[in-house]
Design a protein around this ligand. Structure first.
Ligand code: HEC
Length: 168
């Protein structure tokens, strides 16, 4: 019996250590379920950002051919999570055009719906090909961590200003 414990104990310990390591790696974006996010997008975001993600020049910024640039910046995935949760207010430049408007908070969506819709907007409109290799899908846990932070739309703008975005 003692011998058995000696043999099994390292195995069990090994498993306990290995399981969180595997789950911490997350799901590659290519394996994410984007269908759920598409329906959240269509019912929640499309009215402003439009079906094709192009937005409306001067009124609603595009997400297509743009959101990849945001998430590539350091802190960018946290920023976009906060935009959906808490909204955004103030002047931003996107592809040479200034937007100075307000996005209302979308915190009525639950954590999973926000993760889903973000997985949709980063992959839709041929965006998947523009993501860095190894980009991981947004998770409900990641959204929950930001929901605990409570921000105003102006504070979210400050987060954007701290991103090192390339010349636009
Ligand atoms: C009522 C209209 C409206 C809705 C609904 C809306 N947005 Fe927005 N969104 C805006 C506006 C306006 C801005 C720019 C705000 C500004 O000028 O500061 C914006 C900005 C953004 C940005 C930041 C762009 C950047 O360059 O920093 C992201 C990301 C975004 N929206 C995603 C979404 C997603 C995802 C949804 C749905 C869950 C959504 N939006 C719903 C109007 C909207």
């Amino acid at each position: 019996m003692k011998r058995l414990v000696k043999i099994l104990a390292p195995l069990v310990l090994g498993l306990i250590v290995a399981i969180p390591l595997v789950s911490a790696q997350g799901t590659p974006i290519g394996e994410a379920d984007t269908a759920a996010g598409e329906s959240v997008y269509n019912s929640t975001c499309m009215a402003c950002h439009q079906a094709n993600g192009q937005g409306l020049p001067g009124a609603f910024p595009p997400l297509a051919d743009h959101v990849d640039e945001l998430v590539k910046a350091e802190g960018g995935r946290t920023y976009v999570t906060n935009v959906v949760l808490w909204g955004l207010q103030g002047a931003i430049d996107v592809n040479g055009m200034t937007y100075n408007s307000i996005m209302t908070p979308q915190s009525h969506l639950n954590d999973q719906q926000i993760a889903d819709v973000l997985n949709y907007v980063v992959t839709a409109w041929e965006g998947a090909a523009k993501l860095p290799e190894g980009f991981l899908a947004f998770t409900a846990e990641e959204v929950a961590a930001q929901r605990a932070t409570q921000k105003t739309p102006a504070e979210v703008l400050a987060m954007r200003e701290a991103l090192q975005l390339g010349a636009e």
